[in-house]
Design a protein around this ligand. Sequence first.
Ligand code: CA
Length: 231
Amino acid sequence: MENTKVLVVEDESSIRKFININLDRSGFSVIEAESGEEGLMKLKEYQPAVVILDVMLPGMDGFEVCRKIRDEKSDAIVIMLTAKGQDMDKIVGLELGADDYMVKPFNPLELVARIRANLRRVDKSHVQDENVIVTGKVSLDTGAQKFYKSGVDIELTPREFAIVKVFMENQGKALSRDELLNHIWGRNYFGDIKTVDVHIRRLREKIEDDPSDPKLIETVWGFGYRWRKAE
Ligand code: CA
């Protein structure tokens, strides 16, 4: 968290400096902007992890700036600074996309605590995004939609990928053809459960060393399939 870049968008220089001094003291690297327009420019230039955004700004107001930040697909954490009585629902609502807000006047230590709490939350969600399931020689990167065996990238169709994902999330558990069908094709699919067998056969040809003697996807006779747990 050291040297995490924080962009402070606030037109009142005394408040800006006050935030800057306190964040700097806590080890953040602060970038200042006096207006929304300047803030958006600096967002592009510095790619800060966090934006402290005042609602009341001359020209483009904080709401509009926040919307523009999200339009640009920036995943910066946005903490809005508001005056008492401002429209809180609008601020925390999904419509705007802000992560948090603080009502002025605020304790700078609380601002630091909020920034840290938001950074921790985002850290965790990134770990989930880049979820990589590893078992034995096989790994599945659900973020990049990639499947590797002994480090070799094996190309799977989206459906095959979905099948492997269900298996790897349920390792060692026998899954019936019906369950697999529901998981992968959805409950409203009226196809034959033989579809599952066809896909499994093709999948085995891609991922098993010897498709006639499968070690990853085992057949559970009269029921379905099971992903063998790695020892
Ligand atoms: Ca202001």
